[in-house]
Design a binder for this molecule. Sequence first.
Ligand code: NOJ
Length: 519
Amino acid sequence: MEKRWWKESVVYQIYPRSFCDSNGDGIGDLNGITGKLDYLKELGIDVIWLSPVYKSPNDDNGYDISDYQAIMDEFGTMEDFDRMLATAHEKGIKIMMDLVVNHTSDEHKWFIESRSSKDNPYRDYYIWQEGKNGNPPNNWDSNFSGSAWKYDSRTDMYYLHLFSEKQPDLNWRNTKVRAEVYDLMKWWLDKGIDGFRMDVINMISKVEGYPDGEPIPGSKYGNRLPYVMNGPHVHEYLQEMNREVLSKYDVITVGEAPCTSVEDAIKYTGFDRQELNMVFTFEHMDVDSDNTSKWADKKPDLVELKRVFSKWQTGLNGVGWNSLYLNNHDQPRMVSRFGDDGKYWKESAKMLAVCLHMMQGTPYVYQGEEIGMTNVSGLRIEDYQDIESVNFAEDRKKEGWEEEKIRTYLARNSRDHARTPMQWNAEKHAGFTAGTPWMAENQNYEEINVENSRKNPDSLFYFYQKLIALRRKNDTLVYGDFRLIEEENPDIFAYERNLGEKKLIVLCNFRDTAAEMKA
Ligand code: NOJ
């Protein structure tokens, strides 16, 4: 297998709003990140994935961009960005930016023009359709509740928004839209950034005609997924993007790709396909969701988790590349979800790290994972801030759900668990800000924080440091084949990695008691 630096790297994701606030306004910022680069250097990571820092009205915390070539006011200035990039590079750390181009903010100038009249030159930058008998053009719902179509009285038509109303979808069929995207990508790459994480990139091509989806039992909406995921032209667009932009730079690329099979992922990441380096897939994140929704009250099933990982490990081996993650800004904390955030907090967090990092692919560490940050407990419904959680709670209330049930679902699945401030020390607000944090810190910060972790040689921080260093010295870990052992063992996740004569065996006990293997 061809050796490439992005296969050998470990990526650290920063959610800037919650990482480190340097100016006391309660919101993390770029200077805060620059001040923590030595910490990340010490951890040993190679690449930072920066969640969006572009200008945004923050309907979805920066995933709604109103200017791709400007920095969000709360995060600082372009000079701050340039300083952060230069300092990271001096320390040998690369920066991968989030590229959110399935949609923009409704406050982006393209959309303001587009909605102003039917013959505006930007009209066709977005997806406009006539309503049907006073109703939206079809029965699709959006990812953040409600119809995926919003009526706009200015032109008496509807626009498509697969996320919130303030995130209108771009029309990728329009060659001008694609050219704009390629230009802004080049602008950032010429500045010196090292790659892109591409937000829901497998949703950019929609099926023509916008047909109604199959009715979803218990819902007034239809299933939009077959018409928006991995659509008819997605590979053509990505190959064009690669030809026009990516092939001209030595960069790392990862596409977020929900509802993607191994066969799809081989198309996105195949070594001979000239599309992306890797994708974030979701099948392993769905082991505790129900069939149609992420919202569920289910415990993950280990045998199922192993089956899914094994399928992806063997399916992409030698033909494409996996990304490895159990956490990000959209997922609950891994130690609370798959491990034990009580008695065996440290042990189970270490075990999960080993289980993930020893597989084939590029590992991703989400801020705070390296010190074992956990879900927040005891939140009231009104404490949740994320648009997805807020809309979920409102809809369920309207449907008559008991408050207790809504709280249980939020406590399991809300994205807010990942977004509480980074816990730096045991001082006020966990050392994240000198002001009032935009979101309350997790109350366990006096125990779980960076300072404590760095004082204790047996801590998670040093464990991650060793794990990351081990990968660097060990080709079997990066390039070796994967083979699952004892698929049906309900307690232990065991696998081999093989490269030439070298064999590595990884044994992970997911239980709080001794567990046995037959072999
Ligand atoms: C996926 C991102 O990770 C998530 O945070 C965001 O809300 C949606 N895409 C919409 O951009």
